[in-house]
Design a protein around this ligand. Structure first.
Ligand SMILES: *Cc1c(COP(=O)(O)O)cnc(C)c1O
Length: 370
């Protein structure tokens, strides 16, 4: 039986082993494990390649959100609108900043439903965090217009969407600030926790850099109280070695997605992902919908095909948000999707033959469970 994992990080390592090994060895030889040239070089390379003025590297994508929220001055008494369908980092950091998360349901592309945002705006609303979930941009034209009309800040959560574009512009360059995760399985992944914040606002970048490093830019010059959230040099070295490959990897993911589309388009009982007009999708995840999802997932698992659910419970319905007294009926799309979504294996090294095998197994398993 061929085993196919959801993501194969080893296959990627093998493909660039020499450059990774060299980069790691150089950090160990230099003994500069925190800060240093490796970290600065990666920040500069990422900012330059991404087309933004500033990149502030941090310890992970969750801290990136928290630091951005805090340094934008969000806190007690403020409300921040975000998607009911995301990873909990998006909303837990809103609460940690002292502000209140206000959840809005998703559209048929799994991103913030722009048509529902205005109804959620109150005099306390200060910001919106659109999440470009699974690698697909949210409908940013409407979201930016709403933000402009109501004088709201836009913080883009780009953890799953490195280099995705909306009407020709990269996500992460559309709002005041954007956050990235380099968690190992993300489209650009380190070998541990890692993250970054990008912005074109130099003053904000400096404040965020200071806050992430105990409130200081120079040793012992603590202008404010901060936190310790730094990218370490080993992670920066790995990211620096991987960065030259990101565009080829993105194209490979897009190829994998088109093979899936082709193989699954006409399969009864399988709904393939929709791609929004005007968006380029970078396919962090390839998510289908099926009835009786858990049974289908179990059958695929028994054949050695690993799948996952991102995510099984909409954020407002998690136990962590019991205080909000949210009901599933308030988030009908997110609640319905949560029961049907299934993430299939996707990574740049996945072959056409593997995709066809997975699609064939999925078609059989869906037929068996219906
Ligand atoms: C992964 C992820 C994060 C958090 O990133 P970490 O590096 O794991 O802290 C935030 N938002 C979304 C949508 C994510 O997928």
């Amino acid at each position: 039986m061929t085993k196919i994992p959801l993501v194969d990080l080893h296959a990627q390592y093998v493909s660039i082993k020499d450059s990774i090994d060299t980069a790691i060895r150089e950090v160990i030889d230099s003994a500069a494990f925190i800060g240093g040239t490796c970290v600065r070089e990666f920040e500069q390379a990422y900012a330059a390649d991404y087309g933004v003025k500033h990149c502030v590297s941090v310890a992970n994508g969750t801290d990136a959100l928290y630091i951005a929220l805090r340094m934008l001055g969000l806190g007690a008494g403020d409300e921040v609108i975000t998607s009911a369908h995301s990873w909990i980092s998006t909303s837990e950091t809103i609460s940690q900043s002292g502000a209140r998360p206000v959840f809005v349901d998703v559209d048929e592309y799994y991103t913030l439903d722009a048509d529902l945002i205005e109804a959620a705006i109150t005099p306390r609303t200060r910001a919106i965090i659109p999440v470009h979930l699974y690698g697909q941009p949210a409908e940013m034209t409407s979201i930016l217009a709403i933000a402009a009309k109501h004088d709201l800040l836009i913080i883009e959560d780009c953890a799953q969407a490195h280099y995705a574009t909306w009407q020709g512009r990269r996500v992460g360059t559309l709002g005041v600030v954007a956050t990235f995760s380099f968690y190992p399985g993300k489209n650009l992944g380190a070998y541990g926790d890692a993250g970054a914040i990008v912005t074109n606002d130099g003053e904000l970048a400096t404040r965020m850099r200071m806050y992430a490093n105990h409130g200081s830019l120079r040793k012992h010059d603590h202008r404010i109280e901060g936190i310790n959230s730094r990218l370490d040099a080993l992670q920066a070295a790995v990211l620096g070695a991987k960065l030259p490959h990101i565009h080829a990897w993105t194209r490979a993911r897009q190829q994998v997605a088109s093979w899936y589309d082709e193989a699954l388009r006409d399969v009864r009982g399988v709904q393939i992902p929709r791609v929004r007009q005007g968006a380029t999708h970078v396919w962090h995840l390839y998510v289908v919908q099926v009835a009786d999802r858990d049974a289908v997932a179990a059958r695929l698992g028994a054949r050695g095909i690993q799948t996952a659910v991102h995510y099984p419970v909409p954020l407002p319905l998690l136990a962590a948000y019991r205080r909000l007294n949210a009901r599933a009926e308030q988030f009908p799309a997110a609640a319905a999707n949560a029961k049907r979504i299934l993430s299939l294996p996707i990574y740049p090294e996945l072959t056409r033959a593997q995709v066809h095998y997975i699609a064939e197994c999925l078609a059989q398993d869906v037929a068996l469970t219906s």
